[in-house]
Design a protein around this ligand. Sequence first.
Ligand SMILES: [Zn+2]
Length: 439
Amino acid sequence: MSRRVLIIGTDGLRPDNVDLNRMPTYSELIKRGTLFGSFQSAFPSETRVSMTTLTTGVLPGRHGVVSNLMVVPGFGDDGYLQTGDDGDLLAYSEAMLEPFILAPTLGDRLHSHGMKLAVAASSSPGASLLWNLKHPEQVINPSSTYGVEQLRQLHVELGEVSPEESHVKRERALWATRALVEVHLRSQRNQAMVLWLSEPDASQHDYGLGSPESLEALELIDACVAEVLRAIEREALTDELDLFLISDHGHSTIRAQGSLQEHVRIGCEELGLAKQFAAAGHYVYAAPDGAIEPSLQDTAALIAWLQAKPWCEQVYVSSPEYMDLPGVLPLEQLLGPIAHRRAPLFAIQPVWSHETNEYGVPGTTMALTSSTSLRASHGTNSPYDRHAFCLAVGNSFHQGVVSDIPSGIVDIAPTVCWLIGLQEEIGFDGRVLREALRD
Ligand SMILES: [Zn+2]
């Protein structure tokens, strides 16, 4: 029998935050599957970078989605591209004369074999679309119909998302779960499926790791998974379906505030440098207006200024010409070999610690963000941000096993292809997670 695969993603779920008392369904599934104990997100440990790595099975150095907010000279009015915005993603290839994702997605690979990847997601419309950018008609998201008539009709059938009544994004998660169960699961042509839930990420950002709201979010995702399992049983799909429960990254408590943009602005002022740099997230780029190309000397001065700050742990540089600067490491260590022109000049790794927060949850970062309302975030190379959750359950996998063999989200796409019979697929940076396979 040909196998089908369902990936259930829970955004920002930290493996050490899985609470078996609050999550009876996870507790039961862990007994029945293979748990990956050393599962890593991509770098930066941001949702859309991870989403693209999941669907391509290659690292950001090759797929080109290098951060949530990208600096792309020549794109739009200002050279900034917001990857959560489906409009930006759909406009990119025509505006820039290259595909937005520079490697085939799972959707592309399946499509070329007459199969389909179907997505139901409560994440941002952009994040959901990245899974299957060339086939938006296969992506159900409560916030967008991607200009597709067929999806507009589906939204009418599924009904509006009810207003949220608690702090947790419950109604969106339940809506996406219902879309998976009532639409995607029933079609045999959907050889691979994704259900992506934006919790516990949203609650952790807003209320903190271990907060009552984030614990409520854990109960919510467990209930959504239970709902999917009931549907699988009802539709008699248990034997043909393999399941991955994953997260895209971890989370850390924020211990300091102050955006890299602001730090870079102050640094340039103090050093007497012209406005030639732009910062986004943990990256510093040449300013996208391109008026002045930063010299090696100016870039070196800014890097040295940043390295002296107490919140700066490490600077990673993209170009070989910066490799002789004191104390820097190559960015390719984090992004993989860089095969495009979208990388920043350099990236900052802020200082992190094992310190616990008020709820007793360890892991803090001196986060570089201007958003003062955030209690926790992710994106850095800290182990608390990089360590993600992965459990494989189904007839293809060993039962009750914990594997500590290094693995990561880059391995999911090659493994999904293998499971559904596309074993000749090549061009991945990741590998098939053979240690979990029974045969
Ligand atoms: Zn995420």
